[in-house]
Design a protein around this ligand. Structure first.
Ligand SMILES: Cc1ncc(COP(=O)(O)O)c(C=O)c1O
Length: 358
């Protein structure tokens, strides 16, 4: 039997999302928070898990967690959907969206977070990619796509953007929000590191959808993403969402970890400080050009043989993210901000490797 003959052509044409599984002491490739929780906070979280009834299905509506998130974000519970990471929420969103030439498709400024495009294609959407400008900002006239009648059904705006690290200019974002006749997803996965948000707008703009995640502030392992949007949209998303999408352990952890907001805020401040120091170090290096970042990572261009630099870093125990595409990123790496020690190890390793490439 030809198994592939039964598979959608869109899926056949894709490559699976590649994660580098190299076992490295200094892991700076995935925009994670390098800090663990204090032992006291970790004990409280682990204690919370003891009370979970493992023999029962989880609350299908994650009510306690959504109540806590509602207090945190200052929006009603009916506007909050919790998911198995924001990846799942992106998938649910694209699953409810009309396809098959009925609508205007999915609009993506590129480069941006890969999963928007991968998921959209898998779901049979037409994807239009528009290159960012030379400063990685939205190009002039981006909002014109609705004015001219192209009318994309949805646009994904990562704010700050991954992998470029910058927040698009607010004026251009607002132009889009005003012009769009479709959904505008503002993905604030890295929002805690920028201090900028569109959350206060969400109750008065029915087409605005905000995404948040706990992955970048220290909880990538528990897979907890949050979508904030209009109750009408959430009603539709709930028809597609699997009933028990958020397991009980994640729900219980999510509730408890919100009690440790101050500790997480301190970690975010340390990462922002580390980012500024790392940026200055990279700026000093010949042949290396870092781009300003509002996130917990820095994109940098490298004038040397990219494979050699990547392998040289790996040999010295440092893993960073390397990009093969799109062309604008071909000579770029992205490094997550680590602990002070990890940042020092990365800078020393890069110095060393660059020295061998000159
Ligand atoms: C912009 C952006 N959104 C969403 C995600 C995925 O987050 P999660 O771990 O919640 O699925 C990432 C992860 O890298 C990201 O960069």
């Amino acid at each position: 039997m030809d198994v592939r003959a039964l598979i959608k052509k869109e899926v056949l044409g894709q490559k699976a999302y590649a994660v580098d599984l190299s076992d490295c002491p200094v892991k700076l490739d995935a925009n994670e928070n390098p800090h663990r929780l204090s032992p006291a906070a970790a004990t409280v979280l682990h204690d919370a898990l003891r009370d979970v009834a493992l023999n029962r299905y989880p609350d299908p509506e994650a009510r306690t967690l959504r109540d806590r998130l509602s207090a945190l974000y200052g929006v009603p519970r009916e506007m909050i959907l919790a998911g198995n990471g924001s990846d799942e929420l992106i998938q649910i969103l694209l699953a409810v969206l009309r396809t098959g030439g009925e609508g205007g498709g999915v609009l993506l400024p590129v480069p941006t977070f890969a999963m928007y495009g991968i998921t959209a294609v898998n779901m049979g959407h037409r994807v239009t990619e528009v290159p960012l400008d030379g400063d990685f900002d939205l190009p002039d006239g981006f909002a014109g796509r609705w004015v001219k009648g192209e009318n994309p059904d949805i646009v994904f705006l990562a704010y700050p953007n991954n992998p470029t690290g910058n927040c698009f200019s607010r004026g251009k974002m607002e132009e889009i929000l005003d012009a769009a006749k479709g959904f505008v997803v503002v993905d604030e996965a890295y929002g805690p590191f920028s201090g900028k948000t569109f959350l206060p707008e969400v109750e008065r703009r029915e087409n605005l959808i905000i995404l948040r995640t706990f992955s970048k502030v220290g909880f990538a392992a528990i897979r907890l993403g949050v979508l904030i949007g209009s109750p009408v949209l959430l009603g539709e998303l709930n028809k597609v969402r699997l009933p028990y999408n958020l397991n009980a352990l994640t729900q219980a952890m999510g509730v408890r970890l919100l009690d440790h907001g101050e500790e997480l805020d301190r970690q975010v401040l340390a990462i922002v400080k580390g980012r500024e120091e790392l940026f200055r170090e990279l700026q000093k290096m010949e042949g290396i050009r870092p781009f300003p970042s509002d996130a917990n990572f820095i994109l940098f261009r490298c004038a040397y043989d990219k494979d050699r630099v990547y392998k040289g870093l790996l040999e010295r125990g440092v893993l960073v993210k390397s990009f093969a595409s799109p062309p604008v990123l071909r000579d770029c790496f992205r490094v997550s901000v680590g602990t002070e020690e990890e940042n020092r190890a990365f800078v020393a390793a890069l110095h060393d490797v660059v020295g061998t490439c000159r």
